[in-house]
Design a protein around this ligand. Structure first.
Ligand SMILES: C[S@@+](CC[C@H](N)C(=O)[O-])C[C@H]1O[C@@H](n2cnc3c(N)ncnc32)[C@H](O)[C@@H]1O
Length: 264
């Protein structure tokens, strides 16, 4: 008889387990996703859009417009490091974390090739000790990790942001866009649990992103711009790209999300 649930973390781990027993495409994240992502990155020559060594056009635009400025940054689910390398080359002090050892090894090779300094970490961002990701970060970048998380891990995600984001820090998020020309599953949260499948990633509407990150101030939320093959930037219109800012005063007034892990 299993009566092991006692804390919030136990509930989250139990829900992770629902997806762990599904098909490979269903379990793209948290501890069980590691094998999937390791195999995903094993062949560096595959024509995967985000295998290119180009940063998101949105990140470059935020910098050009002065919306973000060099400081400490965390690249969450950094993959082969394209955004981490770009930010390091533009004067940011970068910590970059990914579940996949194969992805991190590739990112490290790229960093050596271009001669930039990035502190890469391998592990489940929700399981790494707080001492490894202590923050505070002026910028958290997430290009394509958030949309692979099961719904319950949004709780962990918001708790992580609460812990590591500096008082006026920014979140630069790129995620699957719901609707025409978008990508990702449009199943309701409850149905993802019924199906026990993450369906290769979750689609978001602008409203759902605004709801989830409603304790942050929206600076910009738009479709990513398509970038032509010859561009030095990455851009695809099936993605939203959003910039939010943590505003200490607004967070306090609207009842900020509490770090639920502390309640466990
Ligand atoms: C779609 S890829 C995007 C990679 C990279 N950000 C880019 O745009 O090139 C999503 C990445 O998130 C990572 N990931 C998923 N869940 C994670 C977790 N819980 N902790 C750390 N990394 C995670 C995967 O290993 C994968 O490399």
């Amino acid at each position: 008889m299993d009566r092991t649930v006692r804390t919030v973390e136990d509930v989250l781990a139990l829900l992770d387990g629902l997806f762990a027993s599904g098909s490979e495409a269903g379990r793209l994240t948290t501890g069980d996703g590691k094998g999937f992502w390791d195999r995903f990155y094993a062949d560096r020559s595959r024509p995967v859009p985000f295998f290119v060594a180009k940063p998101d056009e949105s990140l470059a635009a935020y910098l050009d417009q002065g919306l973000i400025a060099p400081g400490r940054v965390l690249d969450l689910g950094c993959g082969a490091g394209r955004n981490a390398l770009f930010l390091a080359s533009r004067g940011f002090e970068v910590d970059a974390v990914d579940l996949s050892l194969v992805a991190v090894a590739w990112a490290e090779d790229r960093a050596r090739e271009v001669g930039v300094d990035v502190r890469f970490l391998c592990g489940d961002v929700f399981a790494l000790p707080a001492t490894e990701l202590s923050g505070p970060y002026d910028l958290v970048v997430d290009s394509g990790c958030f949309h692979h998380l099961p719904p319950h891990r949004r709780v962990s995600y918001l708790a992580l942001l609460n812990r590591v984001l500096a008082p006026s820090g920014h979140l630069a998020l790129t995620s699957f866009a719901a609707g025409q020309g978008g990508m990702g599953s449009e199943l309701a949260d409850a149905d993802l649990y019924r199906e026990r499948e993450l369906q290769g990633g979750i689609a978001y509407t602008p409203e759902s992103l605004r709801w989830i990150f409603s304790h942050l101030v929206e600076i910009e939320l738009r479709r990513m711009r398509e970038e032509p093959p010859k561009s030095a930037l990455f851009g695809a219109t099936f993605l939203w790209t959003a910039l939010f800012r943590r505003d200490a005063a607004a967070s306090a007034a609207s009842g900020d999300v509490r770090p639920v892990h502390d309640l466990a």
